[in-house]
Design a protein around this ligand. Structure first.
Ligand code: ADP
Ligand code: MG
Length: 723
């Protein structure tokens, strides 16, 4: 019987580049057609209702019950005209994904059917959803869980269902999701940032966070994917020998996009446009079969919701193309993994980007106030920030040479570094930190260099008018990291304001006071600034000397959430209570253990059910051939079959070590599973269980190189990674 791999390879040959649906209208005619945006609100509801939504967004005002009824009716009317039958509260539980439970509009009274959707159903639902991780905040037998409409993001239609972006909280109001802390951090940051801006400009009354998320992903043919139990169950390969050629030649990066992939991209972009997601960039990434798509930045809440939605759409559209999208941070060993770079900036309600240095950054005190506060925040909370991107899946690429280094640092670029040096040394600077033109060739116009160079090895790089937090993993809910970034910056800005106030109270002039605090922040935190290669050994040593934290084990990093300093910061800002912080810590450990447990199980199963049988089978073939040779050639067989016997012995060696290591892996799991304390259990998983997984993989990957290709049961890296 043909193996799954062989069948998959035959099916792969039939999969061609083909659009799943052609949208021949211009993009402008269908952009955001499935979103209940302001234009549609104007058509379907009164101005009072619209205003109350806008006030809820701007000022956090509660929406009146009667108005909620009107809004719900407007949404329902719009949706029904578009053939919608159900509605759902879409929320973002702590397991990092999205959750939905659909309810029908249809109701029947006195035998007559009608569509019903009230303000009550819009504003609040009780989805039960008791199986989501909650870290002890909710005991299934006593506490309810509520999803509540979040008016910050517009409702939209997906799969004939009206989707209502929502938060998810416990009966006691504790956050059970990623969104609640995010929203709280946005408010805290707006308040703290506004107070600092008001030192310079009284007209500003709020500050928003803008985010642009670069989404990396792999594409794998669906038939090959289905023939790999590890991809199906873990979203990553737990074994597989590297392909002789992968990314060495950098010939995939920014290369011509394969036709099959372009068809897929065009189709999911069409769907994204209909949902108001403004995608602007698509390209091949470094690893083979790795790609990236980038939307235009927007308000953080919307950007994060759209990113979660985009991941859903991409997966749905991929199905129509016989493709699977892999968002896992490290699906294949030996090639680059996938991140989700988060471009982050702050903007006033008067539309000023607070991270714009301007032509003379040395004189731009507003910019310097914000920059130095961010530097202080990243320095003071370096470990917490790095912890915010930690998960089992991101741990596989952390500290590797392509991925974010395990040490937090800020890259500012040479121009700004000069400015900071002069401030710290109390030297005046020439005004003209002018940028020079670069001459290329006669026929080509000179190019103007940017204010900052790029540093791809920095986890937190300033890129001209924003920071690029480069350590986020491709699969994660970005809010898990941005709520931390927002919070630590808010805390820093509060300290900034307090210090300026104190100096002013002592009679210092505002400008001098501001400059004093900027200098103090830069001097105290300069150790976090690093312009060199973040992947180098020298930096690791240098960072150690500077006393910077480094993540060696993500389970250890989770402890940042329950560090008193951090709990204090979160609770003072009203972002997370002590209970909520502890709950998160529990959940992250629990998820780590459960996911690694699944990976270890899958690895063991594959070895026993797929690899060992194939190895033994091939070994028998060799033995039969050696035996026959002996029959025909007598003692000469020893020379004739020298290679066969060598391979036989090698296979036997790996078969034995593989089988012993799988048993040891099972024992390691058993040993870990009896540990009550979830953090200690996770630690044992991260050390001992992982160690045996490496050993098992080592033998399995060597067997892959020895066994007849015809007999190898799993699609190989060279097949998975190249169309
Ligand atoms: P890169 O060169 O870093 O790969 P990309 O073009 O892939 O850049 O992505 C840059 C992202 O940064 C886009 O989402 C873009 O909209 C976003 N961006 C640009 N300006 C800002 C800003 N001021 N604040 C936040 N994000 C921004
Ligand atoms: Mg990019």
């Amino acid at each position: 019987m043909a193996s799954f791999r062989k069948i998959a390879l035959c099916e792969l040959a039939k999969h061609e580049a083909k659009r799943a649906f052609i949208e021949d209208r211009p993009i402008t005619s269908y952009f955001a057609e499935n979103v209940f945006d302001e234009n549609k609100m104007r058509r379907y509801m009164s101005l009072t209702a619209l205003n109350s939504i806008q006030e809820a967004i701007k000022e956090g005002k509660k929406i009146d019950r009667n108005v909620a009824d009107e809004i719900a009716t407007a949404m329902k009317n719009w949706a029904i005209e578009k053939g919608v039958t159900h509605y759902t509260h879409l929320f973002q539980p702590l397991n990092g994904s999205t959750a939905e439970k659909h309810d029908a509009f249809i109701d029947v009274k006195d035998g007559k059917a009608f569509e019903k959707f009230t303000g009550k159903s819009l504003v609040q639902q009780e989805p039960d959803a008791s199986s989501f991780p909650n870290g002890g905040l909710r005991n299934t037998f006593e506490a309810r869980g509520y999803s509540a409409w979040d008016p910050n993001s517009p409702v939209f239609i997906l799969d004939d269902t009206l989707c209502i972006p929502s938060v998810f909280v416990s009966y006691t109001g504790d956050a059970l999701d990623m969104k609640v802390p995010h929203l709280r951090s946005i408010s805290a940051l707006s308040e703290a940032a506004t107070a600092v801006v008001n030192l310079f400009d009284k007209k500003v009354s709020s500050v928003t966070v803008n985010i642009g998320l670069e989404q990396e992903y792999f594409l794998v043919d669906s038939s090959l994917y289905k023939a790999r139990p590890d991809l199906k169950l873990c979203d990553r390969t737990v074994l597989g020998h590297t392909s002789a050629k992968d990314q060495q030649l950098s010939d995939h990066y920014f290369g011509a996009i394969p036709s099959r992939v372009v068809s897929f991209m065009k189709d999911f972009e069409t769907e994204a446009y209909k949902l108001g997601i403004q995608l602007e960039t698509r390209h091949n990434e470094v690893a083979p079969n790795q790609f990236e798509c980038v939307p235009v930045f927007c308000d953080a809440t919307k950007a994060i919701d759209q990113n979660m939605l985009l991941m859903i759409i991409m997966q749905k559209v991929a199905d129509k193309h016989h493709l699977k999208v892999i968002f896992h941070e490290k699906p294949f060993d030996g090639v680059n993994g996938s991140g989700k770079h988060c471009n982050w900036s702050l903007q006033t309600d008067t539309k000023v980007n607070l991270l714009t240095p301007g032509k003379t950054p040395n004189k731009n005190l507003l910019f310097l106030a914000f920059y130095s506060s961010i530097v202080r925040a990243v320095h003071k909370y370096d470990l917490l920030l790095m912890s915010s991107i930690c998960s089992l899946s991101n741990s596989y690429r952390l500290g590797g040479h392509e991925a974010p280094p395990a040490i937090m640092s800020i890259f500012s670029g040479s121009t700004l570094s000069k400015v900071f040096d002069s401030i710290m040394n109390m030297k005046d600077m020439d005004d003209d930190v002018t940028l020079e033109n670069i001459k290329i060739a006669n026929s080509i116009p000179d190019i103007l260099t940017d204010n900052t160079d790029r540093n791809r090895t920095s986890p937190f790089a300033f890129t001209g008018n924003r920071f690029e937090f480069r350590a986020l993993g491709a699969s994660m809910n970005p809010a898990a990291a941005t709520f931390v970034l927002n919070s630590v910056v808010a805390e820093s800005l509060k300290v900034f304001k307090a210090k300026v106030d104190a100096l002013e109270n002592k009679g210092e002039e505002r400008k001098a006071a501001v400059l004093t605090v900027i200098r103090e922040f830069l001097l105290d935190s300069k150790d976090i600034m690093f312009e060199g290669n973040g992947y180098s050994k020298e930096w690791q040593e240098e960072a150690k000397k500077r006393g910077l934290n480094s993540i060696t084990n993500v389970v250890e990093a989770f402890k940042s959430y329950i560090d008193d300093k951090n709990i204090d910061m979160f609770s003072k800002l009203g972002v997370l209570s002590r209970n909520e912080a502890y709950a998160r810590y529990e959940v992250f450990n629990e998820l780590y253990v459960k996911k690694l447990q699944i990976e270890a199980r899958v690895l063991g199963d594959i070895c026993f059910n797929h690899i060992l049988p194939a190895a033994v089978n091939y070994r028998n073939t060799l033995l039969e051939s050696i035996k026959s040779c002996k029959e025909v050639f007598g003692d000469e067989y020893k020379t004739i079959c020298e290679a066969d016997m060598k391979i036989y012995r090698k296979i036997s060696e790996y078969v034995n070590s593989l089988s012993a290591d799988v048993s040891a892996l099972i024992d390691a799991r058993k040993e870990a599973n009896v540990i009550e304390n979830m953090s200690q259990r996770a630690y044992l998983y991260s050390t001992k269980v992982k160690e045996y997984m490496h050993k098992v993989r080592y033998s399995a990957d060597h067997l892959e190189m020895l066994i007849d290709d015809e007999l190898w049961p799993l699609p190989k890296y060279r097949e998975l990674l190249f169309f």
